[in-house]
Design a binder for this molecule. Structure first.
Ligand code: S3P
Length: 439
């Protein structure tokens, strides 16, 4: 079967309800916490994407039993020290930065060599950002080219806590150090720039020895060694980063309406909602509830009467970090000049996404001014495409593929979009939902 797709027609107006896949960040964290619990944990609606399956394969390699059923997953943890480490162990995080970085924190207490590898895209990404802080506990790392995978970790049974300042707003770095702190006698202190806090919320729900003091721009976290983790039965909410593609589709349409069911609306993930509302898109939360520490709701979203340009506040960058590609598309149709800054982190993702954003905008005929870490987008409310566009997604970035589909359905033209398989990373059901909306 061909791994590319041709989109020729703009989507017609629709008024529907959809459910998108389970949250990827929470799914991976559920797998990791459950692998250390004492006994059986069960998840419903676990995201069955390649990143999460890579996490399941990883804990299986560490000797943990997993049962996958039709709609549930069961993990049989053997306690906090229950991992079995085989000689010459190789862990493959495939495309997942979250898995690759978080698992290192959990393995720093093991005094044997463990190799971590990843796919082509992950092997280009920066792992020094986690190996540096984790080395401060006393673990030893050997990286390729001083910053990349493959890397070899040799942990220590004599870890020492330290004070860590996380300045990037990276939840992956923060979580790796929280996991390291959970392995270490004494108190690990973290001062972390705001970023998604699913790890902390799960720690709190599980009553692990963690203290969090929230400040306006950063959080102060204290972690102590964990002796025991209780089992974790969890119904994973839908992923706002997957919902974001459909929010953008509505934002770019004239007379459509959508309800997206049961989405995680953790405040640290709401950048896309804050921004689309400011741009004129009508968005409401319904049936809001708290589930085991995480907020969730149905999202009702209606086309805007007018789309306004925005000056994106960089304090919100980490709350929208996975959504910028679609936010850029929306800005291309907004009246006025939109400005996004301090975005160097965007080029550190599965592919250099600031560059990709600019490339897609150029292809659709929107004017941009791009620097190393910022982009200005000169919006054109009547933007339309009448030509053939080919997207070759060389690092197979799932979000580049899905953003291109949203652009094709919103602006018209004839699109040939390669690397359809990339959606398996985070959102295997994406094209089925698109087809339902077309009906
Ligand atoms: C994630 C954190 C973010 C995000 C990624 C998932 C997580 O990365 O881009 O898709 O689950 O912790 P950074 O923490 O590196 O910004």
């Amino acid at each position: 079967m061909s791994n590319s797709i041709i989109v020729k027609n703009k989507i017609k107006n629709f008024n529907k309800e959809i459910v998108v896949g389970g949250d990827k960040s929470i799914s991976i964290r559920w797998v990791l916490f459950s692998s250390l619990a004492n006994g059986k944990s069960k998840a419903e609606n676990l995201l069955m994407s390649k990143d999460v399956i890579a996490a399941i394969k990883t804990i299986k390699k560490l000797g943990i039993k997993v049962k996958l059923k039709k709609s549930t997953c069961e993990i049989y943890g053997k306690g906090i020290n229950g991992y079995q480490i085989k000689k010459n162990l190789i862990i493959n995080a495939e495309n997942s930065g979250t898995l690759g970085r978080l698992i290192l924190g959990l393995l720093i207490n093991i005094p044997h060599s463990i190799k971590l590898v990843g796919d082509k895209s992950l092997s280009k990404r920066d792992f020094k950002r986690v190996s540096d802080p984790l080395s401060n506990f006393g673990a030893n790392f050997k990286l390729t080219n001083k910053k990349n995978l493959p890397l070899v970790l040799r942990g220590s049974s004599n870890l020492k806590p330290f004070k860590y300042q996380e300045n990037r707003g990276s939840a992956q770095c923060k979580s790796a150090v929280i996991f390291g702190g959970m392995r270490t006698e004494g108190t690990t202190y973290i001062r972390a720039k705001k970023s998604r806090n699913h790890t902390e919320l799960l720690c709190k729900y599980l009553k692990l020895p963690i203290k969090i003091r929230e400040r306006k721009k950063y959080d102060l976290i204290e972690v102590n060694k964990v002796k025991k983790i209780k089992t974790l039965n969890y119904k994973i909410p839908s992923d706002i980063s997957s919902a974001a593609f459909f929010m953008a589709l509505i934002a770019l349409s004239n007379n459509s309406e959508l309800i997206i069911r049961n989405v995680n609306i953790n405040p640290s993930r709401l950048g896309i909602i804050t921004i689309l509302k400011k741009m004129g898109v009508r968005i409401m939360f319904r049936n809001k509830k708290n589930y085991k520490g995480e907020e969730q709701a149905d999202i009702k979203i209606k086309s805007p009467k007018k789309l306004k340009a925005i000056n994106f506040p960089s304090a919100l960058n980490s709350c929208a970090i996975d959504e910028f590609l679609v936010i850029f598309l929306v800005a291309a149709k907004a009246k006025g000049i939109s400005y996004f800054k301090d975005l160097a982190e965007l080029n550190q993702k599965e592919s250099p996404r600031l560059k990709w954003g600019a490339k897609i905008l150029k292809l659709i005929g929107a004017k941009t001014i791009i620097t190393k870490n910022s982009i200005k987008i000169i919006g054109k409310p009547n933007l339309r495409i009448n030509k053939k566009i080919v997207i070759k997604n060389y690092l197979k970035d799932h979000r580049v593929f899905m953003t291109s589909i949203i652009a094709a359905l919103s602006f018209g033209g004839e699109w040939h979009i390669h690397d359809k398989d990339s959606i398996k990373t985070s959102f295997p059901n994406f094209l089925n939902i698109i087809n339902d909306l077309k009906k």
